[in-house]
Design a protein around this ligand. Structure first.
Ligand code: P1T
Length: 389
């Protein structure tokens, strides 16, 4: 199946990247669990030489990523952070990066503790205000890195407005699209140069794989990233690639249900007397709502909220008291998860920065799964009543 662009998102999710296996007709891409490929003579081979460079199962997945993000080239990495690391490795000492102020804690830690000491200069700015991106640009700026929606504050950045600033200056715009997934948002369509995913989350969808992805439509960018992937070796493995190919086939169905459940639970939380602020871009009162409506197809299943009084002990008790929502890091799987960012996913963000951003002690993040919404609401209700008297 070569040309899927005219088809619907669901059809593309089912068919992206896969062709019947030419040797057997197998409808599912086989797991090519091989490190190398036999050559007939030196340099005479079938296009496959060594599995760090290419593997047919990974290649099928990489073309599925490109298809779903409306790009031309996809790359699958050993983790989301390995994918981010590969983008940063295109830079040289002295180059500058403008990064969003609210990022997954591990991304900010990678920038601060690994890339900054190598001479890359980071400016963390509030990308919700594109004019702040513009004013942080110098003649050394090479990359803008942002998430939308952000992890965990659910902030929204107008991707097209930032691209308008970066494109004419030749600065790359990379968007971490993990929270939205390509079913809800395709940043390349809004002018981004690189899309990144923690595939571990919605794309895999079943909490059984750690993987990352980069997608671009620019041949030169792809060539640089591909060389780094091959030189540094943080590749996705064949069995994991197979699992994600399988997961992608239901991405549209899962996301539809995540969105339905997310909408119901966000509204329920907002009307709960023991719950304070609820962070979800589907609310008309969310500061990024209009932009989200413009660049996203729906608002997703990630929600954050504060309990009244922002009490640490109550928040810890709440996240430990749910029965369906599992207390765990990660997100985007079929099962619902709950966590406490200040103590878990964003513990590596310095406390003063967390405080500035508003990741308070009573701040809780949930990844709403695809279970029945009423069961999830009943679970949250009993946990809230145990934790907040
Ligand atoms: O965990 P890994 O596959 O390496 O992906 C890192 C990553 C990158 N970007 C975003 C937006 C992410 O959410 C993550 C991983 N996040 C979690 C593990 C979490 O619980 O937030």
């Amino acid at each position: 199946m070569n040309e899927l662009k005219h088809l619907g998102k669901g059809t593309r999710a089912v068919h992206a990247g896969v062709e019947p296996d030419p040797s057997t007709g197998a409808i599912m891409t086989p797991i090519f669990q091989t490190s190398t490929y036999v050559q007939e003579a030196v340099g005479v081979h079938k296009g496959w030489e060594y599995s760090r460079s290419h593997n047919p199962t990974r290649a099928a997945l990489e073309s599925a990523f490109a298809e779903l993000e409306n790009g031309k080239y996809g790359l699958a990495f050993a983790s989301g952070l390995a994918a981010i690391d590969a983008v940063l490795k295109t830079l040289k000492p002295g180059d500058e990066v403008i990064a969003g102020q609210d990022l997954y804690g591990g991304t900010a830690r990678l920038f601060r503790t690994n890339h900054a000491p190598m001479g890359i200069v980071f400016h963390f700015v509030d990308t919700q205000k594109p004019e702040l991106v513009e004013s942080a640009i110098t003649d050394k700026t090479k990359l803008v890195w942002l998430e939308s929606p952000t992890n965990p504050l659910m902030q929204i950045t107008d991707i097209a407005a930032v691209a308008k600033i970066t494109k004419p200056r030749g600065i790359w715009l990379a968007v971490d699209n993990t929270f939205a997934s390509p079913m809800l948002q395709r940043p390349l369509e809004h002018g981004a140069d690189i899309v990144m995913h923690s595939v571990t989350k919605y794309l895999g969808g079943h909490s059984d794989v750690v993987m990352g992805a980069l997608i671009t439509e620019d041949e030169q960018i792809d060539a640089q990233l591909r060389t780094i992937q091959n030189n540094c070796g943080a590749i996705a493995q064949p069995f994991d690639s197979f699992l994600v190919l399988r997961g992608l086939k239901t991405l549209h169905l899962r996301i539809e249900r995540h969105c339905q459940n997310g909408r119901k639970i966000a509204h329920w939380l907002q009307s709960h007397p023991k719950i304070g602020k609820v962070y979800w871009p589907g609310f008309e009162t969310h500061p990024g709502h209009e932009v989200a409506k413009k660049q996203m197809d729906d608002f997703g299943g990630m929600i954050a909220f504060e309990i009244h009084g922002n009490n640490l002990e109550q928040a810890k008790k709440l996240v430990a008291s749910t029965q369906l929502f599992a207390l765990a890091e990660s997100l985007g799987g079929v099962e619902s998860l709950i966590e406490h960012p200040a103590a878990m996913t964003h513990a590596s963000v310095p406390a003063e920065i967390r405080a500035q951003l508003g990741i308070s002690d009573g701040f809780i993040r949930i990844s709403v799964g695809v279970e029945d919404a009423d069961d999830l609401i009943a679970d949250l209700e009993q946990a809230i009543s145990i934790a907040v008297q």
